[in-house]
Design a protein around this ligand. Structure first.
Ligand code: G3I
Length: 321
């Protein structure tokens, strides 16, 4: 049995992967990506982001997203959709001009309206807002914060709730919140306030981009997940990968395997945690080497498309649950 089959037996809703459009011409890759035994859930790595879905103002394009989403529907894989609002991968028309606050709010609503309606019931969850916090717990500088102010976050959730299926879970998604720290505590404070005021938020996604030697422990991740369990929210590990400082070695792969297994186990053991998504499963298409020169091999399958020790560590851990 593959990872999703084992994850479901252990009580999770899914074990999933991100998929990027650049690799869709590789049939061996695609066969694994849409193999429901391994992956019961799929996230488009890029195709649903603003620069691709609304490349010109009020002109919408879902080609890239559909290339990932449609085969996932066909393969009966759940979809996590990613993302309505981010500071990154925005189209030029949006970043090159200074819009007023009312203009930007209406641009935001229009964007979410179109994309939410297009995918209406196709997404198990949407990452409504992505990466709004700095590591120190303050809000990240962005055109959203500068022009609209901190309320842009709750506006995005309200717009999403208005236009997407009532069944779709609305998530806040971020990295560096996999331990109890300034960032996760600031997010917990925000979410607590939202729950109190009925701002529609259903879940928190912990991205879980880790590095061997510096990764949060099982207890760290449990503690971080529990910040949101306590508030009655659902949680998920949404972008798990574990990078290695190159050159790789057997010892490093063993450490990586332990980090992967401990992270997945933290989700399995935490009541609110519904599933784990890896941020691609194949080393050659991982985002890591281009962003962190000198690091790589962050995924579960190696360049020869062979399963790595980390794959078997997760598999063995899930069998024991
Ligand atoms: O669109 C061009 C395409 O036309 C060209 O053929 C290709 C050749 O390399 O480049 C394409 O653009 C790249 C795009 O991914 C699509 O593959 C960009 O250069 C590249 O910067 C972009 O990187 C993405 C990154 O977000 C952008 O910040 C990664 O694939 C994607 O995995 C990554 O995902 C983010 C999550 O959304 C949020 N959390 C962090 C995570 C990792 O950075």
């Amino acid at each position: 049995p593959g990872l999703d089959v084992l994850a479901k037996r252990a009580g999770l809703l899914y074990f999933g992967t991100a998929i990027d459009n650049v690799v869709l011409n590789n049939t061996a890759y695609v066969a694994i990506a849409h193999n429901r035994s391994e992956f019961g859930q799929v996230t488009p790595s890029n195709g649903q982001k603003w620069m691709y879905t609304e490349p010109q103002r009020n002109v919408f394009n879902y080609t890239m997203a559909d290339e990932i989403v449609k085969p996932a529907i066909k393969a009966l894989q759940m979809r996590r959709c990613h993302t309505f609002l981010w500071h990154n991968q925005l189209p030029d028309w949006l970043t090159a001009k200074n819009y007023t606050k009312p203009e930007l709010i209406s641009i935001l609503e229009n964007h979410i309206k179109h994309e939410a309606r297009y995918f209406y019931d196709t997404c198990y969850a949407w990452d409504v807002v992505n990466e709004a916090f700095n590591d120190d717990g303050t809000l990240r500088e962005s055109l959203w914060l500068t022009t609209i102010g901190p309320s842009y976050i709750e506006l995005a959730f309200k717009f999403a709730r208005k236009y997407v299926s009532p069944r779709t879970r609305l998530y806040y998604n971020d990295y560096g919140i996999e331990r109890v720290n300034n960032k996760s505590l600031a997010l917990q404070k925000l979410v607590k306030d939202y729950v109190k005021r009925d701002v529609p938020i259903d879940g928190v996604g912990l991205q879980a981009h880790f590095t061997i030697g510096r990764a949060p422990s099982y207890n760290d991740t449990r503690g971080a997940l529990n910040l949101f369990t306590k508030l009655g929210l659902e949680t998920a590990l949404t972008e798990l990968d574990v990078r290695v400082d190159l050159p790789d070695s057997e010892a490093k792969q063993a450490t990586q395997a332990a980090v992967y297994a401990a992270s997945v186990k933290a989700c399995v053991d935490e009541k609110s945690c519904v599933g784990v998504t890896v941020w691609d499963f194949w080393d050659p298409v991982s985002w890591v080497p281009s962003t962190f020169p000198g690091y790589g091999n962050a995924c579960l399958w190696d360049e020869k498309l062979q399963r790595k020790p980390a794959y078997y560590a997760i598999s063995d851990m899930l069998r024991d649950e």
